[in-house]
Design a protein around this ligand. Structure first.
Ligand code: NDP
Length: 340
């Protein structure tokens, strides 16, 4: 790639590896030259950036399923934008694409690594959330991993977030008898019941999770969708009935820990109750994408599935968006808009 004479764009780089909670000093907003697209590549003006919990893991220098961000290099993440130059057949200038080079204003992307999306079908930001990776995560975790059956009782943690609210709504749409959610504020809990149709919700900051869950589900639960880990997972194990299943999606309560967190103390219950705990990564389940888009797209059009986004505006707000999402200051999918 050769640099163009004039075009530059701002990009967020990881300046230092956070120890515990990240601070703004761990990041640097840098103006950098934007190369021209080579053969098979497109130049994209990003319009929405995604900020996601897994990015915290990529800030550590530790082997994981996603490689660590490199210090002094632009960070990566999902983004959606408009093609402004193209050297790729089939992806013309003016098309909109989802791709993996977010955290920056302009991205040069291999067209093979980009998916064309239609802004007429849904607002562009929806392709990062309700119709994108977080939506597919909810769909996969609930239906394939936890194998939800109609009539069951479901508990979802992190329920007011991007994955969680959708998991709870899909559970109801698929015939769950009762759906319980937990979230970190009374306002979020009210939203779960009033807007998303959860049957009950509790604020995990108001008291022990095990007690609040047992009160909301006195007869126990069949399925647990775990976004949080830690105390939530232990409480859910205690409430899971015989043949209960937990889809282990994330463990956000420990992402900023500097020491290994203790595991659930009640794993002994798994044997007698024949409980399954199963971790998963959405990337392994792309074969469900068509079913997901068809089904969730239909529910959206029919107004049977609702979604919210928390939108920060401006590339300079991306770190604030990421930290706000981690702290629970946002609701629904958190994105950063980069208006042209
Ligand atoms: P969210 O939109 O849910 O944002 C994160 C939320 O986590 C915050 O809003 C906050 O809400 C909650 N939270 C933060 N700290 C804690 C804590 N200590 N205890 C309980 N809740 C906490 O993010 P996503 O929907 O994008 O992701 C949700 C989970 O799904 C994450 O664990 C993520 O890693 C995982 N994930 C996994 C994927 C996979 O393939 N397995 C793919 C995508 C996401 P509150 O105010 O309620 O505290």
């Amino acid at each position: 790639n050769t640099p163009t004479s004039t075009l530059t764009g701002r990009e967020w780089q990881l300046a230092a590896r956070p120890h515990g909670w990240p601070t703004p000093a761990d990041f640097a907003l840098v103006e950098a030259p934007v190369p021209e697209p080579g053969p098979g590549q497109i130049l994209v003006r990003n319009l929405f950036l995604s900020v996601d919990p897994y990015m915290r893991g990529r800030m550590n220098d530790a082997k994981s399923y996603a490689p660590p961000y490199e210090l002094g290099k632009p960070m990566q993440g999902a983004a959606v934008g408009r093609v402004v130059a193209s050297e790729a057949e089939g992806v013309p200038v003016g098309a909109h694409v989802v791709h993996g080079l977010g955290w920056r204003e302009y991205a040069v992307v291999d067209a093979a690594q980009a998916a064309v999306v239609d802004p007429e079908q849904a607002p562009l930001s929806a392709y990062l959330g309700v119709l994108g990776m977080t939506g597919l995560t909810a769909y996969v975790g609930l239906l394939r991993i936890a194998e939800l059956a109609p009539g069951e009782t479901v508990f979802v943690s992190g329920a007011a977030g991007a994955v969680g609210n959708q998991a709870g709504q899909i559970a109801k749409l698929k015939g769950a008898a009762r759906v319980i959610g937990s979230a970190g504020s009374d306002e979020k809990c009210a939203l779960l019941v009033d807007e998303y149709g959860f049957d009950a919700a509790f604020n995990y900051k108001n008291g022990p999770v095990a007690e609040q869950l047992a009160a909301a589900a006195p007869d126990g639960i069949d399925v647990y969708f775990d976004n949080v880990g830690g105390e939530h997972l232990e409480a859910a194990i205690s409430s899971l009935r015989v043949h209960g299943r937990a889809a282990l999606c994330g463990a956000i309560s420990v992402y900023n820990d500097t020491e290994p967190a203790p595991g659930p103390r009640n794993l002994g219950l798994l044997v007698g109750r024949r409980i399954t705990l199963r971790g998963f990564l959405v990337g392994d389940h792309q074969d469900l994408r068509d079913d997901f888009v068809r089904e969730v797209g239909g529910w959206l059009r029919e107004g049977r599935l609702r979604y919210r986004e928390t939108v920060y505006t401006g590339i300079d707000q991306a770190v604030a968006a990421f930290l706000g999402m981690l702290r629970g200051e946002t609701t629904g999918k958190t994105v950063v808009a980069l208006p042209e």
